[in-house]
Design a protein around this ligand. Structure first.
Ligand code: AKG
Length: 275
């Protein structure tokens, strides 16, 4: 059995059941401080959907991480049972059709055969379907693949919108409230159809005692394997997504096995009349 995530047993049982919870988190002043930081620091990104994790400026990535961590860390310690912050990033949906986020699970941040990787996702404005609230597939953390990472295909993005709209849960969120989810829950969000950017941020977390890992595949990876890098300290700030991390962080390569349901099996299992 995996170790507990939440200090509160009711939250833990909801999290175990559907893979996520929604709770009040930031106060008004903290929301304003994070918005002001975002507006006063240049990420070099814009248009559609953009995450500060993809900023070419390592300085911006570090500053963002430090600013968000400073504001959330005490609350994280109250809500979660001894977890450490791996990376904090802004997630912005500019108005328009290019801001869709397809159906996916997030990268594993540690060895998920032993620990859970989780995300805290907090919007800095109220969110609903029209400006990019998330849809979650309740319980899907039990059925998706556990080895996820850079260059590793998550095959669920071809699942049609009708399936999402009919079988997944829309999670509207008030500004400053948090959705905390297991990274293996399937989720997505539709384009921002309003006139205002939707600014949110997320924070990746793992248990304090868990190793921080980055899984990676590219054409240099041996056939049928995936490469594992140690992602401690400033790994996500010194290295750029899309470029193989340095040899100094390399740990080992293992056989890759897709251990989740196929998209077809998943749709059959989670179509409401079959649940
Ligand atoms: O910000 C969004 O709309 C999607 C967020 C997301 O997919 C994530 O945090 O993994």
């Amino acid at each position: 059995m995996k170790r507990i995530v939440f200090n509160d047993s009711l939250l833990q049982s909801q999290f175990d059941d559907i893979g996520y919870v929604k709770i009040p988190f930031l106060d008004e002043a903290e929301v304003e401080e994070l918005l002001s930081f975002y507006h006063h620091n240049e990420s070099g990104l814009g248009g559609g959907y953009h995450s500060s994790m993809f900023s070419k400026s390592s300085d911006f990535r570090v500053k963002t991480h430090r600013q968000i961590s400073k504001i959330i860390k005490d609350k994280v310690a109250r809500v979660l049972d001894k977890h450490k912050i791996v990376i904090c990033t802004y997630l912005v949906k500019d108005p328009g059709n290019m801001s869709r986020v397809g159906l996916h699970c997030d990268w594993s941040l540690t060895d998920e055969s032993q620990y859970q990787s989780i995300i805290l996702w907090i919007p800095l404005c109220d969110v609903h379907h029209d400006n990019g609230a998330m849809y979650m597939l309740d319980g899907s953390h039990r059925d998706t693949n556990s080895i996820r990472g850079e260059g590793i295909e998550v095959p669920y993005d071809k699942i049609p919108d009708e399936f999402v709209l009919q079988n997944m849960t829309l999670v509207p969120v008030k500004k400053g409230d948090a959705v905390i989810f297991d990274l293996s829950v399937l989720h997505c969000s539709f384009p921002n159809e309003t006139l205002h950017p939707r600014i949110a941020f997320n924070v990746g977390l793992i248990p304090e005692e868990a190793p921080s890992l980055h899984y990676y595949i590219d054409e240099q990876t041996a056939q049928g394997k995936y490469d594992i890098y140690k992602a401690e300290g400033d790994f996500y700030f010194k290295n750029t997504i899309g470029i193989r991390p340095p040899q100094s962080a390399y740990l080992e390569s293992k056989d890759f096995r897709f251990d989740g349901l196929s998209p077809q099996e998943l749709m059959e299992k989670y179509t409401k009349e079959n649940v």
